[in-house]
Design a binder for this molecule. Sequence first.
Ligand SMILES: CC1=C(CCC(=O)O)c2cc3nc(cc4[nH]c(cc5[nH]c(cc1n2)c(C)c5CCC(=O)O)c(CCC(=O)O)c4C)C(CCC(=O)O)=C3C
Ligand SMILES: [Fe+2]
Length: 356
Amino acid sequence: MAPELADSTSSDSFDAVLFLSFGGPDKPDDVRPFLENVTRGRGVPAERLDEVVQHYLHFGGVSPINRLNLDMIDALRAELDRRGRTGLPIYFGNRNWHPLAADTVSAMVDDGHRRILVFPTSAWGGYSGCRQYHEDIQMALAPERDRGVLLRKLPQFAEEPAFRDAVADAVSEALDGFGDGPAPRLVFTAHSIPESADRAAGPASDGGRLYSRQVADASAAVAALCGVDEFDVVWQSRSGPPQVPWLEPDVCDHLRALSADGVDRVVVCPIGFISDHLEVVWDLDSEAADLAAELGMEYVRVATAGTSRRFIAMVADLVERYVDGGGDLTALGCGDNGTVCRPDCCVPVRRPAAAR
Ligand SMILES: CC1=C(CCC(=O)O)c2cc3nc(cc4[nH]c(cc5[nH]c(cc1n2)c(C)c5CCC(=O)O)c(CCC(=O)O)c4C)C(CCC(=O)O)=C3C
Ligand SMILES: [Fe+2]
């Protein structure tokens, strides 16, 4: 059956979507090779890797991330169908584990697709959140170069109002769950990155720090939507060697500081992630939650935006904005065939030799 094109009247229109994510192991034997893919050449100490292996094994060697991405794809499929975009197939590919982006792109080309919109699951600028997805696209495209394929990466969605609305819904729900008493402290958390990577994040002409600025801005916007004045932005899941500075404070150090200040109720919102993958269920639901219990704090972790109606509608809106060849092609993070949005944007930082 020939696929019915979303808008066959325009030669600029796209005929498929690649949902591009990070990837995670599906069984215990996948854990080491997956982690080797993630950390190759990155100077992550062996002791840290051994620790992370244990986090994955704690969950039977299966990361929830693949299933969660497939759930989001199902929800997006249903939303696009509801909008009459029935002929726009959505494929799934990853940076670090199967289905690998390169295999998915080959399958898409074999299925006859030549103009492909790419939705990456990171909201943010920076090397890991943005430029590296461009590199994934370049690598996936390499074997298909002469087949006339165009892969257009959708922009970063950190600034999308619907992203903030979706996160605010989840925060409000968590806040509503608290009974009488003092208002809980609202703490936003995102993946830490090396200070040097944050300085290099965004167009150089902007002075860098795009990643931490986006996280701070989105957090402030969500807090305002929830009517909360006082909130904190903290970082989690750092993996570099101790002598390399990463964004701080760490979420657990911050819980200790809050507790010392007499705060005994916290709501922790993982604004940096869109699904309950391992960095959320281990670092927040296990480590941070255990620490909060030890400190005698009431601790609630906010749901991720994932399959919420508003978040999926935002993804569908992004797809529809670009599917007929329109949309702002100069938006941060948008680019064709792995070309970054600005030449000097989110450049990878050389890892210190001591870290190898
Ligand atoms: C900014 C950012 C995001 C958000 C943007 C996005 O979503 O893309 C993100 C997401 C994720 N990070 C994830 C997992 C890991 N990240 C690692 C290591 C690293 N992440 C980094 C940054 C980020 N990471 C960095 C600077 C490193 C150091 C190594 C390097 O310089 O690249 C490591 C290595 C071991 C360790 O933890 O040390 C693992 C296992 C998973 C999947 C979880 C699952 O399996 O369910 C997801 C979604
Ligand atoms: Fe990570």
